[in-house]
Design a protein around this ligand. Structure first.
Ligand code: DMJ
Length: 665
């Protein structure tokens, strides 16, 4: 392993010191980190004005994208530069060729992949500025290679896929004495392998490789690696409650409680391993994978959260929440995403998940949706001290998965037109689509607000006091216009420590869902503008790839030396899908995991099924605890105040409420 670019080489935590604020990688759900030691300015040639106007810029771009003598030629695809970067400059043509635009995305992917292949092949972390890499485990985890497999497939990059497969077959070995994050390893590695298995077996014409053909020696490579990895990960679920520990040792399969947060796991992490384990169970017939993952949701739900909204930490020991911080950003996000996606994965045969999703979405609308002060942007805020306390008008970029997921839930993945014809349409779906459209616009504004056109990690909004909630009347936002000093921008605030851009996918993910579901071309146009900003402002020297930004609000931007695996696995994949014909992986036949890996929908079986029921609860979601027959009163768990609630039965009865577990932070 190397000690390059200011990173030490002993152990993963040390290796990334100062990069992830002394935490192990990957911990993207953590707070922003400090950039003091690692801020680098973009080289001059990456300044937009220079790119547009100067001969120097043209030469630099040719250098960046043109054929490079030091790279070996590929048998597939065009030269790296394709038609050059003239497409970045001119005004968009009236008649847009979307296939042409998706070729530009493919070129950006090839540039990123080839840079990684040349400078850091087999490493889990890639520094495109230093042109070096690092490992997260001694022999590597395949972090970048496995995460990118299905993007290579849909882009039909056959020779690159062959190289990746060869590495997986000869070098990837999960039998390592290494503690890894349970969730990240599940969504990226297990998800990546399963998706590769799904695409290569169902769509053999995508990047066709003889080695994985039916009957060939390598036929089961992906599924074998996936099952081996999953068996190691299962140890994380051996907690007292069944809620997985934050980490797991891959060799011993021992679960390891989080080293921070009082040992509690992130709720989103515990509750976003289900799609992967359930698909693996479906493929292998092994119910163990299913049961372990299913149990987690039952334990969570038995907490009886108010209005379906839950705190962002949960103890694996007793299965109870830690604290009362509620948000759909870091540590909360994909719990909600996986509710509706579990319902869709099993072909709408598990109403329990639709029920939980509907309850949570209603809770979001009641407690977290707020309008910005002057321009009426729809903001999905946070309740850091619980639902009865003040709302914080803060949105992590991570929250921007939500509009696309709301649209997915409203139509099941069909277009609005098809959903209307199917009869499953009414006021509820109509208003969910409106909410999805407004939230998508808010996320798009996060990009337009910034000097580079690339969103900050966290954005705050100006709101009224008291906040204007949905119950005060639904509002429509003003138009997002281009002027530098446009008034709408005053509702957006980005703090200096939050102005980094980590190449995250959530907004383009939502644009993709919104385009497929509404057919409104503005989502494609927004995506194209975003994509151009990535190309203009995040390119590393010498065609080494694209990198994160430490400050996306300065031109030239301050660069951060890291190309995230989800840049290849998600961000570029969603751009590619956004510009692709809609019959590439129709949304009503698949589910896409939280790392953008594809799984098919399938049916329940006698052994692979939900297997539990929700406990009866009040209209606000609190569980009703039935008292012995001789008592006239009922109790419910989990709230902190006494209330009188109307029950659906004949009489109004008093409800005694137990005290919520106190935040022990
Ligand atoms: C990805 O690893 C996944 O999408 C995850 O659920 C949340 N965010 C990162 C990328 O931002």
């Amino acid at each position: 392993m190397h000690a390059q670019n200011g990173h030490t080489s002993n152990g993963i935590g040390q290796k990334l010191e100062g990069f992830f604020d002394n935490r192990q990688l990957p911990m993207y759900k953590d707070k922003p980190y400090s950039y003091a030691a690692s801020r680098r300015r973009a080289p001059l040639y990456k300044q937009w004005r220079v790119i547009v106007g100067a001969v120097l810029g043209i030469l630099a771009l040719f250098y960046l994208f043109g054929p490079s003598a030091s790279r070996k030629p590929r048998s597939t695809g065009k030269s790296r530069g394709g038609a050059g970067l003239s497409w970045l400059r001119g005004p968009d043509a009236a008649a847009v060729d979307w296939n042409e635009r998706r070729e530009r995305v493919k070129e950006a992917f090839m540039l990123s992949w080839d840079g990684y292949e040349q400078y850091a092949w087999g490493y889990d972390v890639y520094y495109p500025l230093a042109k070096s890499g690092d490992q997260m485990a001694e022999k590597g985890m395949g972090w970048i290679i496995v995460d990118a497999l299905d993007t290579l497939m849909i882009m039909n990059l056959t020779s690159r896929l062959s190289h990746a497969r060869e590495w997986i077959s000869t070098s990837l070995d999960y039998n390592q004495d290494q503690e890894v994050n349970t969730f990240e390893t599940t969504i990226r590695m297990l998800g990546g392998l399963l998706s590769a298995h799904y695409l290569s077996t169902t769509f053999p014409q995508m990047a066709p490789i003889a080695d994985d053909d039916h009957g060939a020696a390598g036929e089961d490579l992906y599924i074998e690696k996936a099952a081996d990895l999953a068996d190691r990960l299962l140890g994380a679920f051996n907690s007292e409650s069944g809620v997985p520990y934050a980490s797991v040792n891959l060799k011993t399969s021992d679960g390891v409680p989080s080293h921070a947060d009082g040992g509690a796991s992130s709720t989103a992490e515990a509750a976003s391993v289900q799609l992967e384990m359930k698909y693996l169970a479906n493929l292998t017939g092994e119910s163990n994978y299913w049961d372990k993952a299913e149990k987690v949701i039952q334990v969570i739900d038995n907490n009886g959260m108010e209005d379906g909204l839950l705190p962002i930490f949960i103890y694996a020991s007793a299965g109870n929440f830690r604290g009362s911080n509620i948000r759909l950003g870091s540590r909360g996000d994909s719990y909600y995403e996986y509710l509706i996606k579990q319902y869709l994965q099993t072909s709408e045969q598990e109403p329990i998940y639709l029920d939980m999703w509907n309850q949570a979405l209603a809770g979001v609308r009641k407690h977290l949706i707020v309008y910005s002060k002057d321009s009426n942007f729809t903001v999905l805020g946070e309740r850091p001290n619980g639902l009865s306390k003040a709302l914080s008008p803060k949105m992590d970029h991570l929250v921007c998965f939500m509009p696309g997921t709301i649209a997915l839930g409203a139509t099941g993945g069909r277009s609005v037109e098809e959903a209307k014809k199917s009869g499953k349409w009414g006021e509820k779906q109509e208003s969910e689509m409106q909410l999805a459209a407004e939230l998508t616009k808010t996320c798009w504004g996060m990009y337009k607000k910034m000097a580079t056109g690339l969103a900050a990690e966290i954005t705050f909004f100006e709101i009224n006091d008291p906040p204007r909630m949905e119950s005060d009347g639904i509002r429509k936002s003003v138009e997002i216009t281009d002027e530098k000093d446009a008034a709408w921008k005053q509702d957006y605030t980005v703090k200096p420590m939050d102005s980094h851009n980590l190449q995250r996918p959530e907004t383009v993910e939502s644009l993709f869902y919104m385009w497929r579901i509404t057919g409104d071309v503005k989502y494609r146009e927004w995506g194209w503008e975003m994509f151009k900003s990535f190309v203009k402002y995040t390119a590393a020297d010498d065609g080494a790839g694209y990198t994160s930004l430490a400050d996306a609000n300065e031109i030239p931007p301050v660069m951060k030396d890291n190309m995230e695996s989800f840049w290849l696995a998600e961000t570029l994949k969603y751009f590619y899908l956004l510009f692709s014909p809609n019959d590439l992986l129709p949304l009503d036949s698949i589910v896409i995991n939280t790392e953008a890996h594809f799984f098919p929908r399938f049916e329940l079986t006698k052994t692979l099924k939900t297997g539990w029921e929700r406990k009866p609860r009040d209209s606000d979601g609190k569980i009703i605890v039935e008292k012995p027959k001789d008592s006239p009163k009922h109790e419910r768990a989990g709230a902190s105040v006494s209330v009188t609630a109307a029950e659906p039965s004949e009489t109004v009865r008093t409800v005694k409420v137990e005290e919520t577990k106190k935040d022990d932070t």
